[in-house]
Ligand binder design. Structure first.
Ligand SMILES: Nc1ncnc2c1ncn2[C@@H]1O[C@H](COP(=O)(O)OP(=O)(O)O)[C@@H](O)[C@H]1O
Ligand SMILES: [Mg+2]
Length: 142
């Protein structure tokens, strides 16, 4: 995969293929930010990356705030949507999570708490086109 990456996908299967390609360049310690309106496919994308690593029980961390998976690979999946203030993130130990160089870290709704985002990350933007189509843009920032 070459960055910046940009593609209009017209089905879940096409999004899965992008997730597969992206999973091939991911290594431990990487942080992946996922932006886009509700229902544009952020969680769907993370699920499909995880599936590539043999992790299949992935659910949305919208209520739990953070989910962790270990299966050879270590994945940490955040969703900031329901967080109201920075203190809640500090209380769950966000700084320690973000310093973990053994895990791939996904964050949905990162722009709600920009101050805790490190400088090196992949940023994925999802835009709704129609029921089955999405515009996906992936930038590498390092
Ligand atoms: N091309 C597509 N890519 C990703 N998801 C799609 C696509 N077409 C339809 N969908 C559906 O859109 C929804 C995305 O939901 P979800 O991943 O939970 O969104 P988010 O985490 O961004 O709120 C899922 O129900 C998924 O099946
Ligand atoms: Mg989600």
């Amino acid at each position: 995969m070459v960055f910046p990456f940009h593609k209009i996908v017209n089905s879940e299967a096409e999004t899965s293929l992008v997730a597969k390609e992206f999973s091939e360049i991911l290594s431990p310690g990487k942080i992946v930010l996922l932006n886009g309106d509700l229902g544009t496919g952020k969680t769907f994308f993370v699920k499909n990356v995880c599936a590539q690593f043999g992790i299949v029980n992935v659910s949305s961390p919208s209520f739990s705030i953070v989910n962790e998976y270990h299966n050879g690979k270590k994945i940490i999946h955040f969703d900031f949507y329901r967080i109201k203030k920075y203190e809640e993130l500090y209380d769950i130990g966000i700084d320690d999570y973000l310093m973990n160089k053994e895990a791939v870290i996904f964050i949905e709704w990162p722009d709600l708490f920009p101050d805790i985002i490190p400088n090196n990350y992949f940023k994925i933007d999802f835009k709704f086109v129609n029921n089955s189509s999405r515009e996906i843009t992936i930038l590498r920032h390092e």
